[in-house]
Design a protein around this ligand. Structure first.
Ligand SMILES: [Zn+2]
Length: 223
């Protein structure tokens, strides 16, 4: 075996982070994920020598090529999500992946993501329960840029600073109380004009509520 094949490039096009891989013959290896908008990340995988215990204090050295090790890792990562599972990891023929290799991986990843979305759609139709939609399915829909009723993420909900009701992140106007949360965005969608109207009607209304509250407490005191 020539020296070049002692290191191969394991390519990952998915932004998903994988837990480190453990093998007795190399310890642990972290598969790199693309960062900062990069299309892919390369993790070099090296050849290893493994000691095989034959018993009777006899051991045998086994040379594992970089290709074998990388293919084993790729199988493990890609195959952990059931039938047709693919997570965008492959062994490049050269040091860097070719355009064709990347396009092929992208195609396979998208096919798997579409399958996940279909499964989630069926589940949603059946149960209408967010609990049955997996993180993997949500991630797939987001990466495909699809809008799905089951896609909303319960975690990033914030409280409206004006009324305290739950609001979706990034909204311009609170749907409950009408408070402008993002002036620039509201103006862009023609919602800022309404705000001007409210500045005359809305705020005194809030004051009235406040006055009522004060009056109420005064009445309570006088009793
Ligand atoms: Zn509000």
């Amino acid at each position: 075996m020539n020296k070049q094949s002692d290191v191969v490039s394991l390519v990952n096009i998915s932004t998903q982070k994988w837990p480190a891989r453990h093998r007795t013959y190399f310890g642990s290896l972290t598969i790199q994920s693309p960062e900062g908008g990069a299309a892919y990340a390369v993790t070099p995988v090296r050849a290893c020598t493994s000691m095989m215990d034959l018993g009777d204090k006899r051991t045998m050295e086994i040379r594992l090529s970089a290709q074998e090790i990388a293919e084993d890792l790729v199988r493990e990562i890609n195959g952990d999500s059931g039938e047709g599972s693919y997570h965008g990891v492959f062994v490049a023929a050269g040091t860097e992946p070719t355009k064709e290799e990347l396009a092929d991986a992208q195609k396979k990843l998208e096919a798997f993501q579409r399958r996940l979305v279909e499964t989630a759609d069926l589940e949603w139709e059946r149960s209408h329960n967010m609990m049955f939609i997996t993180d993997l399915e949500r991630r797939a829909a987001r990466e495909l840029g699809l809008e799905k009723p089951w896609l909303y993420d319960p975690k990033p909900m914030a409280d409206c600073p004006a009324c305290g009701e739950k609001i979706r992140p990034g909204v311009a106007v609170c749907r409950t109380c009408g408070a402008i949360l993002d002036r620039e965005k509201a103006a862009k969608f023609g919602l800022a004009e309404r705000e001007e109207k409210w500045s005359g009607e809305g705020r005194p209304q809030m004051d009235k509520v406040g006055d009522k509250g004060k009056r109420g407490s005064r009445e309570a005191d006088s009793r």
